[in-house]
Design a protein around this ligand. Structure first.
Ligand code: NDP
Ligand code: GDR
Length: 370
């Protein structure tokens, strides 16, 4: 039985990857942070009571900012594979917490690599580093491939650029099987609530159910190459199963604007949107509403701009070239954008229908202090 150690196991990708590795009969170990409220919602369905026999999944308390703890866990687990997914992953928040982001996202990766080396595991343990399309930042060429130069545009991206190169350096210096997956944006019903796709699908669901009036958005012109996290964790695993350690771009090769994502999401509840105005005055208005289950009226303003969501430096256009991954890994995504949006909107409608039912019946929704 192979052993995998996942940092960031409580995050979106950590949850899907754990599911995948358990299906492949791995023994999965994950590092979770100590938090004042439970933070394991996404993996609770996979959790096994440590008192049971043949436990296949174990959680360890830890933090990428603490090298003593990283060394101890790696020594204890002796993993065949490490997936370093832990990170302060929000681009806009990295402008507010730049030093912390550099420490966790940049030096955190060094801590993992160095721990593996110091523990004499350099030839045993394969390492996957969660690199990102944010490295491309200011457009140098499109589509972006493994050969496209980087131009990071946020403290997050700069930290991830250090992580990218230190991974390459340890591979070359110590012959370690350490690889970067340069993943373009990938989403799912498990996506964090403040990333743009989930913010939109949650907003659409709440507007449909009469629980929110409007979505306040930032830059609607930004273009992203969006895929489904379920497809992308398969690529992570494939990258570590190759004969040679290499870096790969994982993307769909198709790009859309944030405005397109909003349009598609509203279409899921039978609403056709019309956008009017420019810049901070742009608005999204209901043109037609065909589903009587949702109380939306033509003329209703459901999208407005709030400049607080603009970033000091923006990444305007991302579109990946996944040719190498298609050919060498045999990787192809199963979801297209339409299927992704459908799944996300349906999941959020179900979530808020439940919440509404509880509220209407007089129950207080847990963790909600309004
Ligand atoms: P999430 O934000 O959903 O998850 C991040 C995970 O990292 C969480 O488990 C979080 O723990 C953990 N974490 C945060 N800070 C620390 C720390 N100091 N020590 C240990 N763990 C920490 O991100 P995703 O799952 O979406 O992304 C996974 C990785 O892939 C990240 O590194 C991200 O930067 C990168 N990436 C993501 C892409 C995407 O589109 N999703 C694209 C390209 C790269 P907690 O739950 O306690 O907050
Ligand atoms: P990104 O994702 O920055 O690409 O990083 P995010 O969904 O936050 O933003 C995508 C684009 O949408 C624009 N935008 C808004 N974004 C947010 N969050 N909220 C808004 O209201 C809003 N309005 C417009 C943004 O300006 C941006 O252009 C994600 C993260 O998962 C990273 O960890 C990962 O490395 C990259 O994807 C690839």
């Amino acid at each position: 039985m192979k052993k995998a150690l996942i940092t960031g196991i409580t995050g979106q990708d950590g949850a899907y990857l754990t599911e995948l590795l358990l299906k492949k009969n791995y023994e999965v170990h994950g590092i979770k942070r100590r938090t004042s409220l439970f933070n394991t919602d996404r993996i609770d369905h996979l959790y096994q009571d440590p008192h049971e026999k043949n436990v296949q999944m174990t959680l360890h308390y830890g933090d990428l900012a603490d090298s003593t703890n990283i060394i101890r866990i790696i020594q204890e687990v002796q993993p065949d594979e490490i997936y370093n997914l832990g990170a302060m992953s929000h681009v806009q928040v990295s402008f507010e917490t730049p030093e912390y982001t550099a420490d966790v996202d940049g030096i955190g990766t060094l801590r993992i690599l160095e721990a593996v080396r110091l523990l004499g595991l350099a030839q045993k343990t394969r390492i996957y580093q969660a690199s990102t399309s944010e490295l491309y930042g200011l457009v140098q060429e499109v589509p972006q491939s493994e050969k496209t130069p980087f131009y990071p545009r946020s403290p997050y991206a700069v930290a991830k650029m250090y992580a990218y190169w230190i991974t390459v350096n340890y591979r070359e210096a110590y012959k370690m099987f350490a690889c970067n997956g340069i993943l373009f944006n990938h989403e799912s019903p498990l996506r964090g609530e403040t990333f743009v796709t989930r913010k939109i699908t949650r907003g659409v669901a709440k507007i449909a159910l009469g629980m929110q009036d409007k979505l306040y958005m930032g830059n609607l012109d930004a273009k992203r190459d969006w895929g489904h996290a379920k497809d992308y964790v398969k690529a992570m695993w494939l990258i570590l199963q190759q004969d040679q350690p290499e870096d790969y771009v994982i993307a769909t090769g198709i790009t859309n604007t944030v405005r397109d994502f909003i349009r598609l999401s509203f279409a899921e509840i039978g609403v056709e949107l019309a956008f009017s105005g420019e810049g901070v005055n742009e608005k999204g208005i209901v043109k037609q509403a065909s589903n009587p289950a949702y109380a939306l009226q033509p003329g209703q303003e459901v999208v407005a701009i709030d400049p607080r969501y603009f970033r000091p430096t923006e990444v305007e256009l991302l579109i990946g070239d996944p040719t190498k991954a298609n050919k060498q890994l045999g990787w192809q995504p199963e979801y297209d954008l339409q299927a992704l949006v459908k799944e996300m909107v349906a999941a959020d409608i179900e979530l808020f229908q439940r919440e509404k039912l509880l509220k209407d019946a007089g129950f207080k929704v847990l963790n909600q202090f309004e």
